[in-house]
Design a protein around this ligand. Structure first.
Ligand code: VOV
Length: 249
């Protein structure tokens, strides 16, 4: 029987995408719009406080294209906290002008393909803990997409021996390392949690780097033979201080 791989699981994650109902936003009174903006800013301040206390993290982006207008990525220690956060958001004045566009539930995941060094469980290392409970970068651009590992005929990831999968992922990591300082990647696992097996969230200063890394990785065996991809979402950062001008009509 093929051996599964053990995973190290960190903070829970929610990608929450919303479309702004611009028609009702424009029909609202100026006082109502101001109330909605204030409610949104208040929430962001609360999320910032959680992040400062290192009890979670968030990212907030304006989506390019018509799939949504806003993309949030929330990280919290428990699924309950994720749920509380989205419910509080849904109850806010601002949410009266938002239409859910898409959501994705997963958990920050690292896998244990490499044998433990000197018998030390990697999960106990501070650097691993920092990667499992990361503070998301506030870089200018985000790219999010879900993916699966193929399970078809001879191209079946789940019938490959663990050491073969480990080797293919090691080769994948070599391509990834070329993008150090250009791309920050967060892999969230969603097997048993959502429709795809992993979520890939990338941050970049230059959005062209998304195309470059994804293109180059398409030729790595782990992607060319065993990668299946879902919808892509691309966004530009929305800073708290720019909320009012972004929503100005
Ligand atoms: C920015 C660079 C970068 C780097 C350095 C990097 C490195 C690594 C390492 C070392 C490992 C394995 C151990 C672990 O940490 O789990 C992984 C794992 C993984 N990756 Fe990756 N990846 C990157 C980037 C990166 C990208 C751009 C993609 C999308 C691939 C594409 O074709 O569109 C991706 C996917 C994944 C996935 C889905 C997994 C989990 C697969 C599984 O079967 O378990 N990844 N990845």
């Amino acid at each position: 029987m093929v051996e599964a791989v053990e995973t190290m699981d960190g903070w829970w994650s929610l990608h929450d995408l919303r479309t702004i109902d611009w028609a009702s936003w424009k029909l609202a009174s100026e006082a109502e719009r101001q109330e909605a903006i204030k409610s949104f800013e208040k929430l962001v301040t609360k999320w910032d406080t959680v992040e400062e206390a290192k009890n979670g993290s968030h990212a907030m982006y304006k989506v390019v294209g018509q799939k949504a207008d806003l993309m949030f990525m929330f990280l919290r220690p428990t699924l309950d906290e994720i749920n509380e956060l989205e419910t509080e958001f849904n109850k806010s004045k601002f949410a009266e002008f938002l239409i859910p566009a898409h959501s994705y539930v997963s958990i920050i995941e690292l896998s244990k393909y490499r044998p433990a060094k000197d018998g030390v469980d990697p999960e106990t290392l501070p650097e691993t803990q920092a990667r499992l409970k990361p503070i998301l970068p506030k870089w200018e651009h985000i790219c999010f997409y879900p993916m699966d590992r193929r399970r078809a005929g001879d191209e079946n990831w789940y019938t490959l021996e663990k050491n073969v999968r480990g080797k293919l992922l090691y080769e994948h990591s070599l391509t990834g390392r070329k993008y150090a300082n250009k791309i920050k990647q967060f892999i969230t696992g969603s097997i048993g949690l959502d429709n795809w097996e992993w979520g890939v969230t990338l941050f970049a200063h230059d959005p062209l780097e998304f195309k470059k890394i994804v293109y180059e990785m398409r030729f790595d065996e782990v992607s060319s033979k065993y990668g299946e991809f879902g919808e892509f979402f691309i966004g530009n950062i929305l800073k708290k201080e720019d909320i009012a001008s972004f929503l100005h009509v």
